[in-house]
Design a protein around this ligand. Structure first.
Ligand code: FES
Ligand code: FES
Length: 208
């Protein structure tokens, strides 16, 4: 290779490095910028954030929230609680389910401003402080439920909420109770078996 070829190769390598670095910078900027936009809409007049306090997993959290911001958005992109999944983002799949005052709700379809003074429980708040899994979580380990597990946090939160009101359900009752949750892997039979085991674990834990 001549000196001229070598210098061309070096400058091409430098050029490619520059493009990759710029791409990485743009990607990171997009990710960070996402936190202060809603559904790709940049903030504009009338959507200013307001600092509010919400109770999440037993902690008072101060957070800047836009007035039309959903709870799922706040949990994931403002508080970093990404265990709550966003599937459809339109109240159809249940993957975003969290408990609000012990009742399961689709967090993609609730405005964060409406949950002030309520207690939010997400999948991150289920295990005990010492790391002991919640009985329903343990049921999944026991039965090896779920395939890809994208839908799992939503199913768990729905089941935990359902069991609070119905601690000893039949399989059919529990199936009805979590019917607002969809699994794209269609692993329903195994999921239900795991949830029934979770219900059993919970009754044992409560001495029932
Ligand atoms: S993401 Fe909320 S119901 Fe699908
Ligand atoms: S196990 Fe994959 S979406 Fe439910």
């Amino acid at each position: 290779m001549t000196n001229r070829d070598t210098s061309k190769a070096v400058s091409r390598r430098t050029f490619i490095k520059g493009v990759i670095a710029a791409g990485a910078a743009v990607s990171s900027a997009n990710y960070l910028f996402r936190a202060s936009t809603l559904l790709g809409q940049p903030q504009s007049i009338g959507v200013a954030e307001r600092l509010i306090t919400i109770n999440v997993n037993g902690q008072q959290r101060r957070v800047d929230v836009m007035k039309q911001e959903t709870l799922a958005w706040t949990l994931r992109y403002k508080l970093g609680l990404t265990g709550t999944k966003l599937g459809c983002d339109r109240a159809e799949c249940g993957s975003c389910t969290v408990l609000v005052d012990d009742v399961p709700h689709y967090s993609c379809s609730m405005l964060t401003h409406t949950v002030r003074n309520k207690k939010i429980l997400t999948i991150e708040g289920l295990a005990a402080a010492d790391g002991t899994l919640h009985p329903v979580q343990q049921g999944i380990i026991d039965e090896q439920g779920f395939q890809c597990a994208f839908c799992m946090p939503g199913f768990i939160m729905s089941t935990v909420g359902f069991l609070k009101a119905n601690p000893n359900p039949t399989r059919a009752e529990l199936a009805h109770g979590v019917s607002g949750n969809l699994c794209r892997c269609q692993d329903y039979d195994k999921i239900l078996t795991a949830m029934m085991r979770g219900a059993e674990n919970m009754r044992k834990a409560n001495g029932v």
